[in-house]
Design a protein around this ligand. Structure first.
Ligand SMILES: Cc1cc2nc3c(=O)[nH]c(=O)nc-3n(C[C@H](O)[C@H](O)[C@H](O)COP(=O)(O)OP(=O)(O)OC[C@H]3O[C@@H](n4cnc5c(N)ncnc54)[C@H](O)[C@@H]3O)c2cc1C
Length: 447
């Protein structure tokens, strides 16, 4: 029977980062990574690949700051092999009330450790807003002329933008490939196999069985199965408190170049209604499945330029309908998605209405945000001794992978844990006060 010190189940970005930490940084001898799919091909290559340290929770800010520190370090070492940029996220609103709320909420996030907040009000000469420099914290711009000066492509109803600066995007595939290559060079074993069973004795992991019938004897198993974390937990008769939300993404060939190649990630932060033509209103209202598209639709339609500066592609996303479901593949694609997202984006960037009558070429893909109720990840020991989980990475798995992989590897090897570690332990739900506090939660910070 084969043996391993640690078996990592799942080679998405979470499993790749964990394997990297165990093998390269901590020098664990026999690490086996199992996945029946080519690495990173289930969810991790479907992401918008954006990152930010701007979260409404101190532990998340701590975890993300650590992750971005590590990403910066790896980008420097590798000649930026995973094309990380610092364009930032630009939250945009046309609602004066929301702009007022932002002053307070942005101060709060800044105090959690996300960096300084600079507020640029109208009538104050000599603004210090510097769009192109590598910066930290956030700029809240309340001066409409300053907004139009720097972001002339935004709708003129915009009253405020919040530009979070320790943020941007990268190539998740390249990042994952870099981590796996380093881990393989250090002796990681990759098996193209599915874990089908976990054998336990006295509530302790003994071995795992693979889909070719092979058994690997091990004392440590890391469940990094992405949307299937629950299925792997069930192999140990455990249940994890997660659900999966379907999220789609459209890539448009935006040949008119309305969204400049240097733009940050743009997020329309207000709910909106689509101004359909009378014929379309009639058609949509006739079908109970589509009638909701005539109502007010949720906030957070967002998009960004994709690829190199010459690329005409723009990625755009909008969950105008929340779909919580058992994960299945291929994911169900919504034929109306490109049209809805383009219309939603054109509320924020009116130049995109040029595509109203003729949508540009678009491809759609997607995957699942596997989440806990409060949208904090699960990183730490499971109830079965020797079993660990790194999951519920929701819509932040790429940005958090570096620090989450490091934290997971420390749990497995018994290394010192950072301050933010307790917030992500699966055992947090054993505390009744914690569970009670969840009922009061209003903002999970997710896009
Ligand atoms: C549309 C969309 C946009 C997103 N945008 C962003 C973003 O901008 N920034 C960001 O940070 N995140 C984003 N995310 C989220 C991010 O993509 C995920 O959080 C992340 O990819 C999850 O990684 P993972 O390794 O946990 O899961 P996955 O990538 O799904 O990997 C899990 C792996 O486990 C394997 N597996 C499952 N069961 C077994 C088994 N029994 N045995 C062996 N292997 C098994 C699977 O084959 C799979 O390869 C987005 C997600 C979507 C869908």
């Amino acid at each position: 029977m084969a043996t391993a010190d640690v078996v990592v189940c799942g080679a998405g970005i979470a499993g790749a980062a964990t394997a990297y930490y165990l093998k390269v940084e901590l020098g664990v001898e026999r690490v086996v990574l199992c996945d029946p799919r080519p690495p990173l091909t289930l969810t991790s290559d479907k992401s918008t690949e954006c990152y930010r340290n701007w979260w409404p929770n101190a532990s998340m800010v701590g975890l993300m700051n650590r992750s971005i520190d590590l990403l910066d370090e790896w980008a420097d070492q590798s000649g930026n092999a995973f094309r990380m940029n610092r364009r930032g996220y630009l939250y945009v609103t046309g609602d004066p009330e929301r702009a007022l709320d932002w002053e307070e909420s942005a101060r709060h996030v800044s105090e959690l450790g996300a960096g300084p907040l600079r507020i640029h009000r109208s009538g104050r000469p000599g603004s210090s807003y510097q769009p192109a420099v590598r910066s930290d914290g956030a700029d809240l711009i309340l001066d409409r002329s300053l907004i139009q000066e720097h972001f002339p492509y935004l709708t003129d109803v915009t009253v405020a933008v919040l530009h979070t600066r320790r943020a941007g995007w990268l190539s998740a595939q390249q990042l994952g490939a870099l981590l796996l290559e380093r881990a393989k060079n250090a002796g990681l074993t990759f098996l193209s196999r599915r874990v089908t069973a976990v054998e336990t004795r006295d509530n302790r992991v003994q071995s795992v069985t693979l889909d070719d019938g092979e058994t690997i004897q091990t004392r440590s198993l890391v469940n990094a199965a992405g949307p299937l974390v629950g299925e792997v937990a069930a192999m140990m008769d455990e249940e994890l408190p997660v659900t999966s939300e379907l999220h789609l993404k459209a890539a448009f060939k935006e040949h008119l170049r309305v969204v400049p190649a240097h733009a940050p990630l743009l997020i329309w932060s207000d709910p909106q209604r689509i101004d359909w033509s009378p014929e379309v209103v009639e058609m949509l209202s006739a079908d109970p499945e589509t009638r909701f598209l005539l109502d007010e639709l949720p906030s957070a339609c967002h998009g960004r330029p994709a690829g190199n500066p010459e690329s005409p592609y723009v990625l755009a996303l909008w969950e105008y309908r929340r779909i919580i479901t058992e994960p299945t593949w291929p994911v169900a694609l919504d034929p109306m998605y490109p049209e809805l997202v383009m219309r939603g984006m054109s509320t924020m960037v009116p130049g995109l209405s040029a595509y109203r009558d003729r949508l540009p070429y678009a491809t759609v893909d997607g995957g699942y945000y596997t989440k806990t109720f409060e949208n904090l990840p699960l990183i730490g020991p499971m109830a079965t001794r020797g079993a660990f989980v790194i999951g519920a990475l929701s819509g932040f798995g790429v940005m958090v992978a570096a620090a989450a992989g490091e934290l997971m590897a420390r749990h497995v090897t018994g290394g010192p844990l950072p301050d933010y570690a307790p917030a992500f332990l699966p055992s947090r739900y054993e505390n009744p006060e914690y569970v009670q506090a969840l009922e009061l939660m209003t903002d999970d910070g997710q896009l």
